[in-house]
Design a protein around this ligand. Sequence first.
Ligand code: AP5
Ligand code: ZN
Length: 215
Amino acid sequence: MRVILLGAPGAGKGTQAQFIMEEYGIPQISTGDMLRAAIKNGTELGKKVKAVMDSGALVSDDIIIALVKERIAENDCGNGFLFDGFPRTIPQAEALRDAGVAIDHIVEIAVEDEEIVKRMSGRRVHSESGRTYHVIFNPPKEEGKDDVTGEPLVQRADDEEETVRKRLGVYHDQTAPLVAFYQELGGDTRYSRIEGVGSVADIKQQVLDALKPVS
Ligand code: AP5
Ligand code: ZN
């Protein structure tokens, strides 16, 4: 199964991706996590994208498309995958289509901007795995520590309020047009829109229900 999770920064894509991975045994392909790993490892790619990411702008389509093409050619993608944070512009979606990569489901998680600004200040992440928590809404078992490894959680460099507002602007300008692009796609691709406000467990149920085969 090939799935795209579509939604604004902070809508809960990464949080819900964990549940879809567990349920369907498909890998999560988060371009944001891949880029953050490149920065952490000091690679050439990381050096190129760090300033752009910290500012809240988008990395160029060329870089992202090359990164994704390489990733989906890997062995673990044979049974499908889950895109989180990709595609994010019309040219990225067109590149995917032109490469013949058919998508089974698009799941849009819709959340208002002001709710997102509130969420981001409380976000904490395990940088190695990308696992995401919230100090109040989705706390780790032990304060400040990842549930799986026990390693410390950190705040993301782009989670400052001003940068979050910039990212939301970028989302509305460059990514939101994908909603119409995919709704109009038709064919075998299903499109589901979920209101992303409510408990993490409640949203999880709605996401998994949306992905169930229609009988
Ligand atoms: P990326 O890492 O993709 O960030 P994003 O899309 O901005 O999304 P986030 O990771 O911020 O949010 P999320 O939806 O995953 O929410 P989460 O589950 O964490 O991209 C970062 C940067 O990389 C971009 O700005 C760009 O520069 C670059 N980039 C990446 N991909 C690119 C591409 N394709 N093209 C160009 N550039 C690209 O949840 C947020 C918080 O809310 C957490 O604390 C969570 O615990 C909490 N939460 C989750 N669900 C709920 C709930 N139901 N109720 C209350 N709180 C909740
Ligand atoms: Zn994310």
